[in-house]
Design a protein around this ligand. Sequence first.
Ligand SMILES: [Zn+2]
Length: 502
Amino acid sequence: MDAWTALTERIDELDTLAGVASVIGWDEQTCMPLAAAETRGKQSALLSKLQHARATAPEVGEWLGVLSSQDLAEVPRVAVKRALRAYQRGTLLPEKLVGDLAIARSEGFNAWVKAKAEDDYSGFGGPLQRIIDLQREMASLLAPVSSSAGTATAHPYDALLEEYDPGSTVAELRPMFSRLGAELNVLLDAVADRPHPVGKVPSLDVEGQRKLSDRLLLDLGFDLNAGRLDLAAHPFTAGLGQGDVRLTTRLQADDFMSTLGSTVHECGHGLYEQGLPASLAGTGLNRAAGMGIHESQSRLWENFIGRSLPFFRYLQPRMAGIWPTLNLPSGELYGAANRIQRSLVRVSSDEATYNLHIIARFDLELLIFEGKLEAKDLPEAWNDTYRRIVGVVSPNLRDGVLQDVHWSSGYFGYFPSYTIGNVYAASLGATLEAAMPDLWDRVERGDFSPILAWLRTHIHTRGHMEDAPQIFKDAVGERDPVEDLMAHLWGRQGVLYGVSRT
Ligand SMILES: [Zn+2]
C-alpha cells in the first residue's frame, strides 16, 4: 500500500474515533445521569488514549516522511502539511498527559456543575487548578511547534490559541481586542442614559418555542435528515460524523429572545458543519478551518440576520400562527432584540457587551498562562477584571467566575474565538449586503437560500484547505473587521438609541 492510501485510511479511522468521542461528549451534556460521571470519565480517557496512540504511531511519521519529499497535487499537499503539523503536536504530548487531562476535564466539569448550583467555589478551585497545571504543561510542550515559535513576540498562550484558531497569536489579538474594547465602551457610554428601544416580549410557552425553533431550522436551510435539535443547559453544536450534526438549544418561557438567539446561533454552526466538503473525506480537510470562523457563521445568522428588522418581519406572522393572542409588531420584536447595556453574564449579554466579556476572559487567561494567576485567586481577579473592562461586578459567584462551562472542561484558549467570530461576521455581513442588493427583501420573505448559497461557496465548501484568515480574506477582500463591527453596531443599536458616532 502506498503512503498516501495508508495515510488517508488512518485519517478516516481517526475521524471515526473523533466521531465516537463526540457522541459520548454530546450525551454527557444533554442526557447523561450525574451518577455516570466517573464511568464516562474512564470512557473518555480510554478513547483519547486510543486516538492519541493511533495519531502518533511511528508508521504515521514514516508515511509523512515519504509524502513530504514527493511532488504532490494540491489536495494531498495541503493534507500532508496539516497531518504533519498534527503529528508533530501529537508526538510532543505524552500519552499520560493526554489521559490525565481527559480525566481532569471530566472531573472539572462535574465539580463545576455542583459549584454553580450551590454558588460555592470551594469544591471547584482544586479540580480547576489541576486542569490549569496540565494545560500549562501542554502549552510549554507545544510551544516549539506553535506558529509564533522563535519569534520575539511568542507567548505561552499562543500554543493554546492554536488548538482552536490556527495562526492566531497574542501579539495580534491583544491590540485588536484593546482597540475593540475601547470603541465598545464609547458606544455603551453613549447609550447608557438613553431610554431602551420600545418592545417587550411576554412569557411564551416552551412548547410553542420548540415549534418555532423547528420551523426556523427548516427555513434557514438546516437538513433535519442529517441532524437534529435537542435541549442542553448550555447550548452547543457537535458534528458527530458525516450526516450527523447535533444542535442544542435552551427553551426559556420568560426569555424568548434568548431561545431565539440560541436556536439561530447553533443553526449557523450546524449549517457550516453540513456544508463542509464531503468530497474531502479522509483527507482531514473536510473540517472547519478554526473555531473563530465557525463562530462567524453562528454570529452572522444570530446577529446580522437574526436581529434585523426584515428578519422580524418574516418571523412575526410565524409567531402569530403559534401564539394567536400575541399582538407584538415586528418593530417591537426588533427593539426587544437590540437592547444593549452592560451586563454580568456572557451568554445572555447583548451583541456589543458580549465582546467585553470575552476581552475580560482573554486578560485573565493571559495572566494564568504567564504564571501570574492561580485558581484559588480567580474569584477576586475576576471581579477586578470585570470592574475594569465590563464595568460591572457580580454579587454572587454563579453570575461571576462560575458562569461558564469552558474552564471546567479545560477549554483555555477558546474564548477569543467568539470575538474573532464576531468581527469576521461583521465583515461577512457587510460583504453580503454589498453583493446582494435584494438581501433584506429576501430575508423578509423568509428566503434565506441565497445567503446560505453564498456562505457555502465562500466559506463552507472550502473546508480547511486554507487557514481561516485566508478564507476570510478571500471572502471579504481588504476590510477592517473591527471597523465593520463598530459600524454595524452604531448603524443598528446606535440608531435605535438615537445616538451617533462622533
Ligand atoms: Zn457558538
